[in-house]
Design a protein around this ligand. Structure first.
Ligand SMILES: [Zn+2]
Length: 248
């Protein structure tokens, strides 16, 4: 390796790979992401429809219970009609009867509406469930596959930790401290690419790909020839030249 910049680049890369490996070990691997999203969405849709069916079923049951209960009351009131002793009692009883009839009518309507909602959700629920079993099976197989791959990823993570430790020991403490602070500031990424802008026969114009600030040609040469660690004047990330820019 030539210069400290190469070591910094290797360290950043190892840290990125370790982060990715650890994220996969804590969750699912990259190759499962699409399937996982598809599976979760389908599962959520089924759950939602099940909740609609169940909610409507319960509402219908409640409405039916109110109807049954009110019909008992109505029967009781109607039996009392022959027992009233005066006009006032009769009027009051008729009012009770009207109220309970009204409640029966409303509850029946509510029960019907709930039944309709229940039936409307049942077909899409059946369709979703039908399609889901195949997806679920694929997902289960992928999880099994992932279980067989996990040990290798865990091993890779361990080896990366070793690499990271080695590289850190090879770098001067003050540079390491600076590197860690920049990473902390920029969500784990301490590096910024230098981009060159072609201008025909004129020399390229260089700038930091992260913040777009100009990078002086001397700095580019210093990085290219000596592998020096130089920070962007503006965003203070460590600058590097990607391979496609190194031919110039
Ligand atoms: Zn910058």
């Amino acid at each position: 390796m030539r210069g400290q910049l190469d070591k910094i680049l290797a360290l950043q890369q190892a840290l990125d790979e370790l982060q990715s490996a650890e994220a996969q070990l804590a969750g699912i691997p990259d190759w499962m992401e699409e399937l996982h999203a598809e599976h979760s969405t389908a599962r959520a849709e089924i759950d939602e429809l099940e909740a609609v069916v169940e909610g409507a079923r319960r509402e219908r049951q409640e409405a039916e219970a109110v109807v049954a209960d009110s019909q008992e009351k109505l029967k009781h009131f109607q039996e009392q009609i022959s027992l009233v002793r005066n006009q006032r009692e009769y009027g009051a009883l008729l009012q009770e009867i009207d109220q309970v009839k009204d409640l029966i009518r409303r509850s029946e309507e509510e029960g019907l509406a709930a039944l309709e909602r229940q039936e409307e959700a049942q077909q899409p629920l059946a369709d979703r469930r039908g399609g889901f079993s195949e997806l679920d099976e694929r997902y289960r197989k992928a999880l099994e596959q992932w279980e067989t791959e996990k040990p290798a990823v865990a091993e890779q993570a361990e080896s990366l930790k070793g690499t990271i430790e080695e590289l850190r020991q090879q770098l001067p403490p003050n540079l390491l401290l600076r590197f860690d602070r920049i990473r902390e500031r920029y969500g784990g990424q301490a590096l910024a690419e230098i981009k060159g802008l072609e201008r025909g026969r004129m020399p390229k114009i260089w700038h930091c790909a992260e913040c777009n600030y100009r990078v002086r040609p001397q700095v580019v040469m210093q990085i290219l020839n000596e592998g020096s660690v130089v920070l962007c004047d503006s965003c203070k990330r460590i600058l590097y030249l990607p391979p496609e820019e190194q031919g110039t």
